[in-house]
Design a protein around this ligand. Sequence first.
Ligand code: PLP
Length: 362
Amino acid sequence: MKKTVLEIDLKALEHNFTLIASKLKPETKFMAVVKANGYGSDSVAVAKKLISLGVDYFAVAFADEGVRLRESGIKTPILVLLPQVESIKKIIKYKLEPSLYSFYFLEKFISFLDLNSIDSFDCHFKINSGLNRVGFNDGQVKKAIKKIISSGKIKLLSLYSHLAASEDLNERNFTISQINLFKKITSHIKSKLTYTPLLHMSNTSGILNYPECEFDMVRAGIGIYGCSNMLIKELKAVHSLKSIISQVIEAREGDSIGYNRSFICKEDTKIGVVPLGHADGISREFSKNGQVYIMGKKSNIIGNICMDVFMVNLKGIDAAEGDEVILFDKQNNAENFALTVGTISYEVLTNLSSRIERKIIN
Ligand SMILES: *Cc1c(COP(=O)(O)O)cnc(C)c1O
């Protein structure tokens, strides 16, 4: 029996990982970003597959995401991009590698090491080179590095920053200025250290658009899940979201469909009811222009998306209850699905709630 399922295709993941790695110098390390449950997939299954393919590093946003990997037996180094003070204990216990990005976090972290007589811990240093989101800016770096060195307890395995507009080639000048600032700041930091940390800056679109930004490691997220087709067509979507027509409604001309009567039938209309709603992560934005595929044909979402269901127009589609509904798959991936309502695949994928069963294939 068919039902709602999010398929996670590990063969497609392998294809994308290999394709992106083939763009890199052989010595460049590959950090796979598996935050937000592997962009809404299954971070453990994805991480285990990537380990079998030779990935060097993982990145997660928060400590608990790293704990989940550790508890499933993963020993690969894990960078925590945005560790919070309350999670310092877990970071130490599970040997996660925190990013040091603010004086607040840095000071709390050093105090924790002092209080618990921990002599040495591996960390990473985050530089704000223009995104103005997370990290020490140019003016703060000197003081932060001084604190780190004088603590005598922190080893900086890497220095890194994040690009603000690597997917937008109209912002090339800005991106180049970020790369140059990163080079300047990191060469200052390296001159203060007695060892050599790795440097990294590129996310997926950075890897594809700015080979000069490769440094010692890259951090690929969306690309390994197959959603940067605007930049590189050969990627294959890892996520496919499929559901069914759970009921067919024969609506009459003038009938309204769904809450607040936002759709009025101009003629007698066959309506399909799909058991997926905003509680599953299908945003109400999809009430506007959202489209799904049924028997290979496009079908428009009509009426407002409800908590547990949405409705589609079955005009011209010979579909019945129990037939398959595809929201996105390899042919029409989450990037295309997102574009129909002006959002991005990152948001669509990470919205998918835990209520949707994940099915690992291949
Ligand atoms: C999420 C994230 C990435 C991955 O970016 P993609 O565009 O998905 O490749 C890399 N670096 C940082 C700091 C991030 O937060």
